[in-house]
Ligand binder design. Sequence first.
Ligand SMILES: [Zn+2]
Length: 249
Amino acid sequence: MLKPAIIWKGSPNFSSRKGYKFLAIVDHIMAGTLSGTDSWFANPASKVSSHFGVGKNGEIHQYVDLKNPAWANGGINKPAWPLLIPGVNPNYYTVSIEHEGDSGDVMPEAQYQATLALHRWLIGTLGIPVTRDNIIGHYRLDSVNKSRCPGTGFPWDRLFKDLEGGNEVLKMAVLLYTKEDYWAGVDVAVKNGNCAVFVRPADQTVPAEAMSANQLIVIGGPTTKHPNEVLLSGNNKYQTAAAVAKYLG
Ligand SMILES: [Zn+2]
């Protein structure tokens, strides 16, 4: 899960977390520009904020630290969301992403790629499941006043297709450090529904596609620092073989 480039802007408008786990990402439309949103969220009088804002040019701004709830969702009004916790403001258990533009705008490709990368990173780091109830639009919380947030231009189908896998994100991948472990890698891949197998190239970089997989199984090498890594490695090839054998059960 590669962290996309994020520019910290900051906002004084947030609460402190009460220990709720993140259940969902809520997508919004700014009904305005990124720079206008920067100044609106920086103004204590506005009493609003979100965690992130994504510009039409692909720039990602952050206003509130993930350890704090942003003031993004306002009131609940005829909600249509099964994960709603009665009596608790959804700001306490959701991550909010604002998008530059107006309701109904077609999202430019740069903005789409940026929000896709941001969603992927948040899903990976916060453990948010990829479902239509865990990644929602603001209108699900307020179907009366926010029915156009994020609006008809928001690319839900494309986003879910990309987040669920398609050709772009692997649910699972195996990474080998040496060709010697190839057959062990094949066995591990077969156990995981014939997932993709990568061999680390000579320059020792981890292939981006492996790094962006939802889970990465590393055989015979040091950690990649992938947030959802299974490390099957020992100090020598015998220990590695033993770790793989144990994993395969
Ligand atoms: Zn909204």
